[in-house]
Design a protein around this ligand. Structure first.
Ligand code: CP
Length: 328
């Protein structure tokens, strides 16, 4: 199964074999990501890194991943710095920029926009998040993290219990992760959100059709004794107004006291980040920072090797990485 030349737009492109193919290449990237080894396999190649919405992790880890493979990165950040602000179409932008780049990573505020862009692109396009729709590379790094964290206690993804918490309506990371988990067996989902911010029906149907069990709740208490608690931020930028978002900020705060009372002793805490550290939100308190089961920064670290793997696979160089090793 070759990824060469393919866009990565949605988790629906993956089955369990393809996921394991990405994970195997990601594991082989760890010595390069940790600077123990160096490769120039993408020497001369250019990544077009187009971010039309704010980002820290996704944008920078795409760039680092490409640099670590020996390639160069050209950044476009913000709609106002591109001709999209003058009314140019996504198709025309893609036609032009894809002749300047070997691969493109893109984030955009509208659902479906990255797929629309990919129609005009002559090089692979990797979706770095399109509105409230999907964030497939985040879902892959989340799944990679879950597999690693559970393996440490002899567990596997099949049969696990995951509690997803917060803004499940607009949180694209939980949409993509839930769909990927539909490829696994006997998963127990606990979906904790205000009713107004519940998981979209299409995702709930996918979970049900996969034969998993789902429990819905609008309170944290008594619902967190899961293998994984995946906390999310209220996606303020997707609400009609800040005032509307403020109705929900701070509703589901997880801190060490709640962890001690309601989680298992080895419950892994995840969050795609950024966490909202403002006092009226604070969905994941800093007092959890020393909790060894807080996996949020291991998640962010895993983003580099997953994105290195996706670049190597979509550019068809995954088997050449060692051949182009150079001095550290
Ligand atoms: N997880 C994530 O997408 O983070 P950024 O918005 O910082 O890229």
């Amino acid at each position: 199964m070759s990824f060469k030349g393919q866009h990565i737009l949605s988790v629906s492109q993956f089955d369990r074999d393809r996921i394991q193919q990405v994970f195997q290449v990601a594991r082989s990237m760890e010595p390069y990501a940790s600077r123990q080894k160096r490769t120039k396999v993408l020497d001369g190649a250019i990544l077009g890194n187009l971010f039309f919405e704010p980002s820290t992790r996704t944008r920078v880890s795409f760039g680092c991943a490409f640099n670590l493979l020996g390639g160069e990165v050209r950044e476009t950040t913000g709609m106002e710095s591109s001709a999209l602000a003058k009314g140019e179409s996504l198709y025309d932008t893609a036609r032009v920029l894809s002749s300047y780049s070997d691969v493109i990573a893109m984030r955009h505020p509208q659902s479906g926009s990255v797929a629309e862009f990919a129609e005009g692109s002559r090089v692979p396009v990797l979706n770095g998040g399109d509105g409230a729709n999907e964030h497939p590379t985040q879902a892959l790094l989340d799944l990679f993290t879950i597999e690693k964290e559970l393996a440490a206690s002899g567990q596997s993804i099949d049969g696990m219990h995951i509690a997803m918490v917060g803004d499940l309506k607009f949180g694209r990371t939980v949409h993509s992760l839930a769909k990927l988990l539909c490829l696994y067996k006997n998963i127990r989902f606990t979906l904790i959100s205000p009713t107004e911010l519940a998981m979209p029906d299409s995702v709930v149907s996918a979970i049900e059709n996969a034969g998993h069990s789902i429990e819905f709740s609008d309170a944290l208490e008594g619902k967190l004794a899961a293998d994984i608690v995946y906390q999310t931020r209220v996606q303020e930028e997707r609400f009609a107004s800040k005032d509307e978002a403020n109705l929900y900020r701070g509703k589901f705060r997880l801190n060490q006291d709640i962890y001690t009372k309601h989680c298992k002793s080895n419950t892994v805490i995840m969050h795609p980040l950024p966490r909202d550290s403002r006092l009226d939100a604070n969905e994941l308190d800093n007092d959890l920072n020393l909790n060894p089961n807080l996996a949020i920064f291991r998640q962010a670290d895993n983003g580099v090797v997953i994105r290195m793997a996706l670049f190597a696979l979509t550019l068809g160089v995954e088997h050449l990485v060692t051949r182009y090793e150079c001095d550290v």
